[in-house]
Design a protein around this ligand. Sequence first.
Ligand SMILES: Nc1ncnc2c1ncn2[C@@H]1O[C@H](COP(=O)(O)OP(=O)(O)O)[C@@H](O)[C@H]1O
Ligand SMILES: [Mg+2]
Length: 254
Amino acid sequence: MLRIDNLSVYYGRVRAVREACLRVEQGEIVTLVGANGAGKTSLLNAVAGLSPVSSGTVQFDGAAIAGLSAHTLARRGLGYVPEGRQTFGAMTVRDNLLLGAFGQARGAGSLLGPAGRFAGTEKVAASLERVYALFPVLRQRSAQRAGSLSGGEQQMLAIGRALMGSPRLLLLDEPSIGLAPQLVREIIALVGRLREAGLTVLLVEQDAVAALRVADRGYVMERGRIVMEGPAAELLASERVRHAYLGTTGVAKA
Ligand SMILES: Nc1ncnc2c1ncn2[C@@H]1O[C@H](COP(=O)(O)OP(=O)(O)O)[C@@H](O)[C@H]1O
Ligand SMILES: [Mg+2]
């Protein structure tokens, strides 16, 4: 479904990603783990059309996607949840979700129009219902300002917003960041539920233990390079991964 071959990302002379190769097949949960600064976000952003692809190729469903706008990618079925959530705190939970459906509604130029009309299209209403079914807490809080949500709820909102575009492949950048350990487990468990709902997921995480537990396969990134890959269970058991990322306490080291 997603094929990345020899991808390099440079910011000026800074080489953030070096000749990375990565695959995600339909129905899989694949995780990309690595310390802070390893290049995970840069790789994900290159797929999402937000970082420059300096060399190499990115294919989605067999078509090259480097250089396509985020909007076009969304229409093709690529959903993206950026690092740091980036929800709109002053807007309601429901309006944040509706923003994710932009492009799906007929006459999508009408975002500025009455939210009721925008939300009224059948497809958008169905998407909203699906997100509320997956995250009941968002339904309960639909009229609240997003800024009043807890960190975990805001992450659910960010994921829910991406789901409003009915993606087939979801890119998740560090959904657990800044959350208490209990919430980390909840959010990661949610990723498992997304797969049950028919999604394919590429999960970027610094918390390697949590991510590898939910994933089918994993890639380990160090200083811009993919240095290991394999079935998640094998990576979890590997001496090198345990030593470098898991520590004895299971907490990812920076
Ligand atoms: N916009 C940018 N401009 C210049 N350097 C950047 C930019 N974004 C990231 N970098 C650098 O690229 C490297 C990889 O960063 P990043 O992809 O954010 O890693 P990770 O997500 O694994 O923490 C780091 O050295 C970082 O400082
Ligand atoms: Mg990052």
